[in-house]
Design a protein around this ligand. Structure first.
Ligand code: ATP
Length: 443
């Protein structure tokens, strides 16, 4: 273990808050109020000397009114020339509200306690004391509050052992029933471990094992599991987050078994990033998670599981186009791998194999095959060549040029253009338009 990190003091966190987007306005608003506290990840990250992704605040009552007031203040201060768009919204059942503007956000919650009517269900939200509001939280390092106004301004309030755990880099639940009440905390644990590089406390690790083997995750709706997976896929290091999730045994415990291989994931993402442009690493990783053991070679295996996978993807609430990218990569992976292998490095044949597939599918198939067959074997080489070079090749001529040359409108035009492109890809044409036109007319 690395040696204990030194933490900022409460007063230093107040100073650092002045430099956060919305921080000064939040402090002004809290001035003279004893109930406004910074909590959760925001205090944790500022105590560690880092920058929080967003600010989490609790107030004694009426989070929505507080959020509105904050949005007004931010708006007024930004001045008329500002193009920022300050907005607030609230969620009544959970008594939470949100202020957001250009890439920044402040979450406001009404102080509360929570009760879990049954394991895995969403909690009932009740009024709560400041102490109860800390006790309802997931891990000790997130159960730290910093009053922003009133007599105790700047004095940290924590559950027992929280600062010691933060300084030691340790993730610890607040009570033994934590993962049973809310098994989504298992996914949160995996993400924090990966992102913060913290270790899991021994007793907590035992509770993870017990929760997973008692199938606690069965009680969680697919929509909530989907939300957790999407959060893992929005981490800066998605692969680390998924590796950590896999390491806790969570992927195997889901209704559709997921698999994750860190090496393949890193190789596939490296290939995809060589392609540049508008790429979706998250969809590639989701495809990898769902891929059967011998994908893409034995893609028939996948056909048997198609219904399960469709059901699972709908549960994840992906948009329809995103779901199609994943489904097509799964169903067409075998054909794509076969086509790339059979292309024998001939560019026009690589084009035929890859042109209708997504970049994510090509990168994934290229990377998986590198591990199954041979690194830098024909499939991987063809995939790289497609992603980096061949997919950019275009003709200078268009259908209009062929019509002008007397070819009648109809499928023949497309066929001739395809034939010219194939010759261009294979390096048979000089760079001139005339050469392309000749090749098309000859075809
Ligand atoms: P991040 O850095 O990922 O934003 P965060 O710690 O700010 O992490 P949020 O999801 O924004 O996490 O939640 C804010 C706080 O609310 C957490 O720090 C934690 O105290 C509490 N919390 C959130 N989800 C849960 C949960 N499922 N169970 C218990 N406490 C939770």
């Amino acid at each position: 273990m690395s040696k204990a990190a030194s933490l900022r003091t409460g007063a230093e966190v107040l100073g650092a808050l002045q430099d956060q987007p919305g921080g000064p306005q939040l402090l002004e608003l809290a001035d003279g109020r004893s109930d406004v506290e910074l909590v959760g990840g925001a205090v944790r990250d500022l105590l560690l000397g880092g920058t929080p992704r967003e600010l989490d605040v609790v107030v004694a009552d009426d989070a929505a009114a507080f959020a509105d007031e904050l949005a007004h203040r931010l708006d007024a201060l930004a001045g008329r020339s500002s193009r920022e768009n300050f907005q607030s919204s609230s969620h009544e059942r959970f008594r939470t509200a949100l202020v957001w503007w250009d890439g920044s956000r402040i979450d406001v919650a009404t102080r509360r306690s929570e009760r879990y009517p049954q394991p895995g269900a969403l909690p009932e939200v009740l009024e709560g004391t400041p102490e109860e509001d800390l006790q309802r939280r997931d891990f000790t390092v997130n159960a730290i509050a910093l009053p922003l106004g009133g007599a105790h301004r700047g004095e940290l309030r924590t559950v027992s052992g929280a600062l010691e755990d933060l300084s030691a880099g340790r993730l610890r639940v607040l009570h033994d029933h934590s993962f049973i009440d809310d098994p989504t905390r298992l996914f949160r644990l995996a993400r924090y471990r990966a992102r913060l590089g913290f270790a899991i406390d021994e007793l907590t690790a035992g509770l993870v094992g017990a929760a997973v083997s008692s199938r606690a995750l069965d009680a969680v709706s697919l929509a909530r599991i989907g939300a957790e997976l999407r959060l893992a896929l929005s981490e800066a290091d998605m692969v680390a987050a998924l590796t950590s999730t896999e390491g806790l045994g969570l992927l195997k415990a889901l209704p559709v078994q997921l698999r994750f291989d860190e090496q393949i994931a890193r190789k596939a993402l490296a290939l995809l990033s060589e392609a540049g442009g508008d790429i979706r690493p998250d969809l590639l990783l989701l495809t990898l998670l769902l891929a059967p053991p011998r994908y893409p070679l034995e893609y028939d295996l996948y056909e048997e599981k198609r219904n399960d996978i469709v059901w699972f993807l709908s549960g994840l609430q992906l948009t329809a186009p995103d779901r199609d990218v994943v489904l097509r990569a799964l169903t067409e992976g075998g054909e794509l791998a076969g086509g790339l292998a059979a292309a024998q490095e001939v560019p026009s044949r690589i084009y035929d194999a890859a042109a209708r597939a997504s970049l994510e599918a090509v990168a994934l198939v290229g990377a998986i095959t590198a591990f199954q067959v041979a690194d830098d074997g024909p499939v991987t080489l063809a995939a790289r060549r497609w992603l980096t070079e061949l997919r950019h090749v275009r003709l200078q001529i268009t259908g209009a040029d062929l019509l002008a040359a007397g070819i009648p409108e109809g499928p023949e035009v497309g066929r001739k253009l395809d034939a010219a492109l194939a010759r261009k890809l294979d390096g048979e044409l000089t760079g001139e338009r005339q050469a392309e036109l000749r090749a098309a007319l000859e075809a």
